[in-house]
Design a binder for this molecule. Structure first.
Ligand code: CA
Ligand code: CA
Length: 440
């Protein structure tokens, strides 16, 4: 389509707001409100029911810029970890795909690549990069990828769907993951303008080593999202100020991903350049794999006695939905299932036939759900220490549990005090009565 006049707010007409809105939880798989930044901690066993923070796998803040000049395009920028980037040509031309900061030259004397971006739109791009740095100590020094879909106030349609950002799988630079079958979650900061015209429609893909995309979360429209809040930006060059620009942190995922490396691809599904003005920063890929814990609920039991075994699946602290995890527990030799299993996990299916040594479970965690459990009884006919640990379990989309041990021994061998306490509790009406009597 031919260029046409941008439907941008009139110059000097940036919106001002009396109050900031606070972030709130939104719908499953779409935008989710963000809290404080996630610490770099991975989930580990030992806190069943208490979510741990997801761990950061990859972060790009676009700050690895040696000098304010020349002004770079995304495909000319290299991340601090050596990562290179790609995009469709439509998102690397006009005032798109620029690594922009407020602190750069407002007159944009820059390289030849800037000849298709004029000072008016360039200065507006500098303001939106400032807004994305609004929570930092030096917003003017914040670099972000800006996309104004036009130049000098004239809209240019990018077409859709087109790739706005992609990590360098072409250069063998897929991001190494902690392992296969992890739940991946992405967060990114977005600033939007011109929401009275066309809205950006953004979605993420994961790329395997062949570059084949698979969805990471669902498409979002950042315009009007409750996670947005206004950041006041100063005027610069031809762009007036102060005024407010809306920014927010959005999530994509969590998605269960089979591979042990992944590329990231951001697609814009809005073909229009009339509006569709936005920028993004702080692309963060996280491992948000839930933790599996398991526990024998007795430390000591008699041969043949039913021993409750509890599996707890604990979400990570952002509490995104985690759909499709599974595990199989092969009980220690001599231990078998003794009775029916129960679970409160959404869509939970437990396959654990009575007398079998195998327990297979599939299920989900819903959005906002901290944990769920699977419970059943097991038993062992013979004496011994029965340890059920990570070596007994295969997991998909879960972190493996630590060891749990039950000692199976006739009560005649128990410490006198413990046996007396158990007898006094009346808990042993069933089971090996002969041995109970022996110890009395
Ligand atoms: Ca930045
Ligand atoms: Ca535009």
């Amino acid at each position: 389509m031919s260029p046409r006049q941008e439907k941008l707010p009139a110059r000097g007409g940036r919106r001002f707001r009396a109050a900031r809105r606070t972030a709130a939880v939104v719908t499953a798989g779409a935008a989710v409100a963000v809290g404080a930044g996630f610490p770099l901690a991975g989930a580990s066993p030992g806190t069943p029911g208490t979510p741990q923070a997801p761990s950061t796998i990859y972060l790009e803040d676009f700050q690895n810029v040696a000098s304010p000049a020349p002004i770079l395009r995304l495909n000319q920028y290299t991340g601090a970890n050596g990562q290179s980037y790609f995009a469709d040509p439509a998102w690397l031309s006009n005032c798109n795909g620029l690594v922009t900061s407020f602190g750069q030259d407002p007159n944009a004397p820059g390289p030849t690549s800037m000849s298709d971006c004029g000072p008016l739109t360039w200065n507006g791009s500098q303001q939106i990069a400032y807004a994305l740095g609004g929570s930092s100590a030096n917003p003017a020094g914040n670099y972000a990828i800006t996309a104004a879909t036009g130049h000098d106030g004239v809209a240019v349609d990018p077409g859709a769907p087109k790739v706005e950002f992609q990590t360098g799988f072409q250069a063998g630079q897929n991001i190494a993951l902690p392992g296969k079958n992890r739940f991946l979650l992405l967060s990114y900061d977005v600033a939007v303008e011109g929401c009275q015209a066309a809205h950006p429609f953004l979605y993420w893909n994961l790329l395997d080593t062949a570059g084949t995309p698979s969805p990471l979360g669902v498409q979002i429209d950042p315009c009007g999202s409750p996670v947005l809040h206004p950041v006041t930006v100063p005027g610069i060059g031809l762009a007036p100020g102060p005024g407010d620009i809306d920014v927010g942190t959005f999530y994509a995922g969590a998605t269960l991903y089979a591979g042990d490396s992944a590329g990231l691809q951001l697609v814009n599904n809005q073909p229009s350049g009339g509006g569709n003005d936005h920028a993004f920063d702080n692309v963060k890929l996280m491992d948000a794999t839930p933790q599996l814990d398991k526990s024998f609920d007795l430390s000591r039991a008699q041969p043949g006695q039913a021993v409750p075994l509890t599996f707890t699946i604990t979400n990570t602290s952002e509490l995104a939905a985690k759909n499709g995890w599974s595990f199989t527990d092969t009980l220690p030799l001599g231990m078998v299932v003794a009775g029916a299993a129960g679970t409160n996990c959404p869509s939970g299916v437990v396959t654990a036939p009575n007398g079998s040594s195998s327990i297979s479970v599939t299920g989900n965690l819903d959005l906002g759900m901290a944990s769920c459990t699977v419970t059943l009884n097991v038993t062992a006919a013979h004496d011994g220490n029965y340890t059920n640990g990570p070596g007994n379990i295969t997991v998909v989309g879960l972190n493996p549990p630590a060891d749990t041990t039950v000692q199976v021994v006739p009560m005649m061998s128990w410490p006198v005090g413990l046996a007396a306490a158990v007898l006094g509790s009346g808990a042993w009406l069933l089971g090996r009565r002969k041995e109970v009597v022996t110890t009395s």
